[in-house]
Every structure is written in structure tokens, then in C-alpha cells.
Design a protein around this ligand. Structure first.
Ligand code: GAL
Length: 508
């Protein structure tokens, strides 16, 4: 008796739960269900229910959503708006649901009419785990979620600045036939490292259908097509490599202004040292940071034109300017925290926030990071010698040749290229939009200054972040700099840099 009661209670509980389960799976509510008769068409329904024949896309999209959620009730999806068959039952949305759909509907995105493809997963690979980076990425995820609510986004990050760890993982996944649906790729020659002809999808058609060539500046388009004359990624931003960040309170208290020359750097660093503050904060843990700073030192010592020549063979690596740049870098290192090999770019940045460090050179993702930490006491300036030079890089998203969820990935790339996506991403990421039509009022003072500089400075390509050189050359270059930080041997480093250029096939 007792046992029967328990069974009855259990069944009752199950029955009570059933409708909840169905709605949790995304049942779509129809305001009306209409059976198609001869001479019906969607515009006629739209006119009848909403007083507007042009509202037909709302019915098509809603019905297809209902058909996807409950195929036994609505077995027929509307594939062609002009073709609904007699006897079909069409799910009509409420006026509010129709209006909500029409408010975001873009006729250039016909996929919005078909629920097909807008479910399943989207696996997004990147190395954005630090403050600012992660928030920016989430901003784009939110936009994607509003457009494709049924898609599950898998945030497949691998921590490690500049992609040090991510790139290796990605390569293994690409080669093993197990790629994510889309992944972070620097605009420029970095694409070569992934054998794009075999492993990536050229995005030229997407650029054409989305009008992306009109959305981005010509310099960036050139960079995006640098490998093989195809677009391999959709850019989400433009970052600046050469920024000197400083703690404003410390500079004010010691009556200092950011150094514009190498001599001034020494004066400022000595003053900070005398005040008991680490003059130059540095993290070299991930093996790319020294290469990053040195590209800015090279640009600041050689000037834009000669810096560019290093990557084309026009400036020999034996140039005395390179010797001088190594000497300048060595001088900076002599003012750095001695435990730099235990720090990443962001953990080193904590010294600056805490007021125990004075200056740091790092890309402008630092602006996003400071913001995410609620730190506002930072100033910025071009590192010595680089006023008027913008060392640039750009993050894009690419699509593997055999992306498991191709439609979802394509939709992601559209979000990446869209104004809405870029305005959600960049103010948090600490970068400026790749698009030219973002609203500057959404950005903080630093980023607004970066927009102005991008418009007027000499633009040169970053090597530490995939723009200036093939991945193998960039890796050799970074390895030389890592050794140099430990040894301080200028001659050996210069010979190593020269050899890397020879190995890359650019120098004799
Ligand atoms: C760069 C990347 C930036 C930022 C930085 C630190 O390579 O372009 O977006 O993430 O690494 O991780």
C-alpha cells in the first residue's frame, strides 16, 4: 500500500514536471495556428494578423523556430517564402514577438529566417583570459546570443599572453582534424604558420557579401591579405604595441614627465630608483614579452622607415641602429624588477597599480586590463623615439577548413565584423575598432587618443604579434631576445637576429 502510494506520488510529480521540461527545451508559443488554404501566402497572413504585409519575415522566422522546437506538431519548415503548401499548419507569433523580431531583422542576413543552423555549438578558440580581454570577448558573445539564442557557445580559451600556449594547441587540433569552429588569428603573416591552403577557409566571399572591404581601412585590408592574397580572418580590432604606461601619482609626486628620448628615460629611471620605486616593470615569463618591447625600441631607435626595412631586407640587421637599439634595451633592462622571469605582462602590471613600479611598456590591452581592475591612476605616452609611430597589430577570427559547426562559425564572423559586435568588444578590450564607423564617445580617453594617432601616425607592423613576419621568423626573433635578456650580449643578439632573417629567406 505504502509502496503504491510512493509510485503514485512519483508519477504525479513526473506529470507535474512534464510541461516545465518541454518549455525548458524551448517550446515556441504561437499566438495562432493557421492551416494554409488555396491562395494563402505569407504576406497575406502578415496583413491579416499585423496589418502589414511586409511583416511576413516575422511569421516565417517564428514558424521555423516552432518547427525546429516541435517538429511533430509543425513538420513543415518554410524554406521558400513564396511556397507554403495547402494543409500546412503555420505558427503565427504574437504582435510583440513579431515586432521584436522585425526590430533586429536584417534582410541581408537571410539565415535569420531559418532556425536551421542556429542551434548546436559554436566553439571559439582564443587566448583571452586576462581582465579586459575576457570581458571584451563576453561582450561579443552577448551579441551573438541575442541573435542566435539556441546556440551554445563554448569558450575554448588557452591562457598565455600573445597566444604562446594557444597557438601550439590550435596547431595540434588543426592537424588532428579536430578544430574549433573559429579561432583568434593575428592579421598579417601569422596565417602562414597554419598552412591556410590546407587548414583554413578563405573568407573572400564573406567579405563580398558583408561589404567588409568598405568597413575597414585600406592599410588593414592590405595586412589581412598579406598571405596568399586571400582574407583569412575577420578583424575585430586594432591594437597598439608601443605604449609606455606610467603611474601618474608617482610621476606627480616626483615631479616627472614621461620620457620622450633615451636620455630622458635614464633621467626619469634614476629619479624613480632614488625614490625607492622600481623604474621599469617587466614580466618575461611567457617568452614573448622581451620581443614585444624590443620591437618598440627598434622603431624608436631606427625610425619608421628603417624599421619597416628590417622585415623586407631593405635595412640590414647588421645596421648600427640595431646595435644601438640593443644597447637601449639593455639600459632599460638594468632598471627592471629582477624577478621578471616569474611574471607575466599582467602580473608585472600589478607593481604599477600598487605604486611600487613606475613605468611599463606593453600593448594597449593594458588599458582594458587597468579598466577591468578599476585602476584609473595611469598615464600613457609613446615609448622613447616613437612619437608619430604607431606599431600596429590586429586580432581577427578565422574559420578552419573543416569547422564542425560551419553555419554557426559564419554567423560568428558576421558578428565579429559588425558595428554592434565591435562596439561591444573594443571599449572593454582596450583596442580601437577595426571598422571605421564606431562611435568614439563609447571609448575612454586613452582609446580616443589612440584613434587620433591611428589616423595621423606612421603605421608599422608588429612582429611579436603576427603582423610583420612569418611565424617561424617571429619565433626565432623572440627566442633571440629571450636569450639577450639573460645574457646582455649585444653582439651575440645582433648576430642571432641577422641569422633569423637569413633563415627566413629575407636576408643574404
Ligand atoms: C596579443 C593580442 C592581444 C592581447 C595580447 C595579450 O597577441 O593581439 O589581443 O590578447 O596578446 O595576450
Amino acid at each position: 500500500m505504502k509502496r503504491m502510494l510512493i509510485v503514485a506520488l512519483f508519477v504525479g510529480l513526473l506529470l507535474a514536471l512534464l510541461p516545465m521540461t518541454a518549455s525548458a527545451q524551448g517550446t515556441v508559443a504561437c499566438d495562432d495556428e493557421v492551416v494554409v488554404v488555396k491562395d494563402d501566402w505569407l504576406a497575406k497572413f502578415a496583413d491579416k494578423y499585423f496589418g502589414n504585409p511586409y511583416a511576413w519575415p516575422a511569421i516565417m522566422a517564428w514558424h521555423n523556430k516552432a518547427a525546429q522546437a516541435d517538429p511533430s506538431k509543425f513538420p513543415d519548415k518554410i524554406i521558400n517564402a513564396d511556397l507554403i503548401e495547402v494543409g500546412w499548419t503555420v505558427c503565427i507569433p504574437s504582435t510583440e514577438d513579431a515586432d521584436a523580431f522585425l526590430a533586429t531583422y536584417d534582410p541581408a542576413k537571410p539565415e535569420m529566417l531559418y532556425a536551421a543552423g542556429a542551434s548546436g555549438q559554436l566553439v571559439v578558440g582564443s587566448w583571452w583570459t586576462a581582465g579586459g580581454e575576457a570581458e571584451g570577448l563576453n561582450g561579443m558573445f552577448s551579441i551573438y546570443k541575442t541573435r542566435y539564442p539556441d546556440v551554445e557557445i563554448v569558450n575554448a580559451t588557452v591562457a598565455g599572453g600573445a597566444g604562446t600556449n594557444f597557438k601550439a594547441v590550435l596547431k595540434t587540433r588543426l592537424i588532428g582534424g579536430d578544430p574549433p569552429d573559429t579561432f583568434q588569428l593575428h592579421a598579417g603573416l601569422e596565417a602562414e604558420g597554419y598552412s591556410p591552403e590546407t587548414y583554413l577557409t578563405p573568407l573572400d566571399d564573406l567579405y563580398a557579401s558583408e561589404g567588409l572591404e568598405q568597413a575597414f581601412p585600406p592599410d588593414l585590408l592590405t595586412l589581412l591579405k598579406a598571405y596568399g592574397d586571400h582574407y583569412w580572418g575577420v578583424p575585430v580590432n586594432i591594437h597598439r604595441s608601443n605604449v609606455l604606461w606610467y603611474n601618474k601619482a608617482i610621476f606627480e609626486a616626483n615631479n616627472l614627465t614621461p620620457p620622450a628620448t633615451w636620455e630622458e628615460f635614464v633621467t626619469v629611471a634614476d629619479a624613480l630608483k632614488a625614490a625607492g620605486i622600481t623604474p621599469f616593470v617587466l614580466g618575461t615569463k611567457d617568452g614573448w614579452e622581451a620581443g614585444h618591447i624590443f620591437e618598440d625600441v627598434l622603431a624608436g631607435t631606427l625610425g619608421a622607415e628603417k624599421y619597416n626595412g628590417l622585415w623586407t631586407g631593405a635595412t640590414p640587421w647588421s645596421d648600427p641602429g640595431v646595435t644601438q637599439a640593443l644597447e637601449n634595451f639593455k639600459m632599460m633592462l638594468s632598471y627592471a624588477n629582477t624577478d621578471h622571469s616569474a611574471h607575466t605582462w599582467d602580473s608585472a602590471g600589478e607593481f604599477l597599480i600598487a605604486g611600487s613600479g613606475g613605468m611599463m611598456i606593453m600593448g594597449d590591452w593594458t588599458d582594458g586590463w587597468f579598466t577591468s581592475k578599476g585602476f584609473t591612476g595611469y598615464g600613457w605616452a609613446p615609448p622613447p623615439g616613437t612619437r608619430g609611430i604607431f606599431v600596429a597589430l590586429s586580432d581577427s577570427f578565422a574559420m578552419p577548413a573543416n569547422a564542425p559547426n560551419e553555419t554557426n562559425a559564419m554567423n560568428w564572423l558576421k558578428v565579429c565584423g559588425s558595428l554592434e559586435g565591435q562596439e561591444a568588444f573594443n571599449p572593454q578590450k582596450g583596442s580601437i575598432c577595426a571598422r571605421t564607423d564606431c562611435n568614439p564617445a563609447l571609448f575612454n580617453a586613452y582609446l580616443q587618443s589612440a584613434m587620433v594617432d591611428w589616423g595621423q601616425d606612421a603605421i608599422v607592423a608588429s612582429v611579436a604579434h603576427g603582423a610583420a613576419a612569418y611565424e617561424s621568423w617571429a619565433t626565432d626573433y623572440k627566442d633571440v631576445l629571450t636569450l639577450f635578456v639573460a645574457s646582455g650580449d649585444v653582439a651575440a643578439a645582433q648576430a642571432g637576429l641577422q641569422q633569423a632573417c637569413v633563415d627566413a629567406g629575407i636576408c643574404q
